[in-house]
Design a protein around this ligand. Structure first.
Ligand SMILES: [Zn+2]
Length: 544
């Protein structure tokens, strides 16, 4: 998701209150680290089965958690956030006792947990889940109504965690391999979740929608969307064959959606070109209308951009190119490759989701309008960069980095593309990432190493500079006759990124370092030196 509005303001105020160094609690560690009570078991399967009562804003049901024992332990950590309460935890017919430490629940298992065995735990729960204050940034349940007064309900929980509405192992590092999602709703409404609809079970006053996700899925990707939906769809012939693309929108918006969602097919074509096959053919692709702006829910991307281009009608780049596409269709779907296919192990590395996905906006433009449009767009988004704190957050405490992970991140990747001087190779690297880390959770180091190896450039200092500091390299230079003196300032150790310049319209490369260097230019009486704007650096001409 794209988040640079209210969310960021609130975060900055919190940081200011704590004198720039955020304080972390024991709860943050329980939520954000791989605790011993998590480390010993590997998630295999979830069977989430709940009833949603819109009138009471109440949910109840259970999640069956199947796991593989990796090492012996008798205590298992399950996460569920208040005000929801656990009513029962059962294994093999025995009710178990548990200790709750805030939102973490340590369950004592009775039967010996033998290495290699698959065991199941059924966690029953109910209550009034937290309502979303500002979905999707401050998520939970959004209990809304449509223009006809019908309930229009959706969940969102990135950052906050899926345990805000269902019990699970709430850490990014361990994705479940597959999942059943069964949601019971009043008869006049429909539920749309992730994956494919297997069947609808008709009850007297309610219907149960049985969805199934055949691929690994991250917790925050799981979602419930309930409304008076109508359906339309298409089949896309993609790199891995026929892909069903299904659309669920409010009854009154069908005409608008049929027009606007033509961009979904355009998106799929552009992103398969740049990133490789859509990663979830078995589960299909969906766009689902929701009462908030949108979110990258895996195989059921949610949409609330009001059927207009731009970000709620605005061009985030100021270049004009941002109005050539529907921001939510393009950005949130881009996450299918970066966030859902390749997922960060720790939310501190969330740039892996957002930098590449913000960058996918340019690549979409590049595919349909060419590299100049793409460059103008990404350069235009630099006005949104704040350099307030590093892009990488704090590990082990569920704390993401700066919102600069979006547009500073995309500009960093755009800069890297320049260094390669080979767009086809760059495309193969982006596709290679999605193949190498297919359906995996990863760390920043894995991505850095892969990019260094594939580009054949040691990018250690490059990533240290852009991901781990707020410093933007400054290229200082002065001209005297045909001599150009130049150096970098404001850089980390060993930062020596080459940069392209134009001397009297002639392109050449400079290789600046922290020390002054001198270059003899092929110069005339009046020499004009222009530093290529595609590189995200600052330039200081000392001769002026
Ligand atoms: Zn995003």
């Amino acid at each position: 998701m794209i988040r640079f509005l209210l969310h960021t303001v609130v975060l900055l105020i919190v940081l200011a209150a704590y004198g720039q160094s955020p304080l972390f609690t024991a709860q943050d560690t329980l939520r954000g680290s791989i605790t011993p009570e998590r480390a010993w078991w590997d998630l295999n399967y979830y069977d989430l089965d709940i009833e949603v009562n819109p009138e009471e804003k109440y949910i109840s049901g259970s999640n069956t958690i199947r796991y593989k024992v990796l090492s012996e332990n008798q205590v298992i950590q399950i996460d569920l956030q208040s005000p929801l309460t656990i009513t029962k935890i059962n294994q093999d017919g025995y009710d178990l006792v548990y200790n709750s430490i805030g939102n973490a629940h340590w369950v004592t298992l009775l039967k010996p947990q033998k290495i290699g065995e698959y065991n199941e735990l059924v966690v029953s729960y109910s209550g009034h889940p937290k309502e979303a204050d500002n979905a999707p940034w401050d998520g939970g349940f959004s209990w809304s109504t449509d223009q006809n007064g019908q309930p229009f309900i959706a969940t969102s929980c990135q950052g906050l965690g899926a345990s805000v509405w269902w019990p699970n192992k709430d850490h990014m590092y361990d994705e479940v391999d597959s999942m059943a999602i069964s949601i019971t709703v009043p008869k006049n409404l429909m539920n749309v979740s992730n994956g494919r609809l297997r069947n609808v079970e008709e009850g007297q006053n309610s219907n149960t929608y049985h969805w199934f996700v055949a691929n690994p899925i991250n917790n925050y990707g799981v979602n419930v969307n309930i409304g008076d939906y109508v359906y339309f769809g298409e089949t896309y012939e993609g790199e891995n064959g026929s892909l069903s693309m299904d659309y669920y929108v409010l009854r009154d918006n069908l005409d608008l959606a049929e027009k606007q969602f033509k961009q979904a097919g355009l998106m799929m074509e552009a992103f398969e070109h740049w990133f490789g096959p859509y990663p979830f053919y078995e589960d299909g692709f969906k766009l689902v209308e929701v009462p908030y702006l949108g979110m990258e829910h895996q195989s059921s991307v949610t949409y609330g951009n009001k059927y207009q281009n731009g970000y709620l009608g605005k061009d985030l780049s100021g270049s004009g190119w941002g109005l050539k596409f529907d921001f939510i269709i393009i950005h949130e779907s881009g996450h299918e490759w970066f966030a859902n296919n390749i997922t960060n192990k720790d939310i501190a590395d969330m740039w892996i989701h957002e930098s590449f996905t913000a960058y996918s906006e340019n690549l979409y433009l590049d595919y349909y309008f060419g590299p100049e449009a793409s460059a103008e767009y990404v350069i235009g988004t630099r006005s949104r960069i704040r350099n307030d704190r590093p892009i990488i957050g704090v590990y082990g405490v569920n704390y993401e980095g700066s919102g600069d992970m979006y547009y500073k991140g995309s500009n960093m990747l755009h800069t890297l593309r320049q260094l390669l001087e080979d767009d086809e190779k760059w495309r193969q690297i982006l596709r290679g990432l999605n193949k190498e880390f297919y359906h995996q959770t990863v760390t920043t180091n894995q991505i850095e190493n892969y990019l260094s190896e594939q580009t054949n450039i040691d990018l250690t200092a490059f990533f240290n500079q852009y991901l781990r500091t707020t410093k933007i390299p400054v290229l200082e230079f002065s001209l005297k006759g045909n001599k150009m003196r130049y150096r970098y300032t404001n850089i980390v150790k060993d930062f020596d990124m080459p940069v392209r310049i134009k001397v009297n319209e002639q392109e050449q490369w400079l290789f600046p370092r922290a020390e002054w260097k001198t270059e003899n230019l092929d110069a005339k009486d009046t020499t004009q030196v222009l530093v290529d704007e595609n590189f995200y650096i600052l330039v200081k001409n000392l001769s002026q």
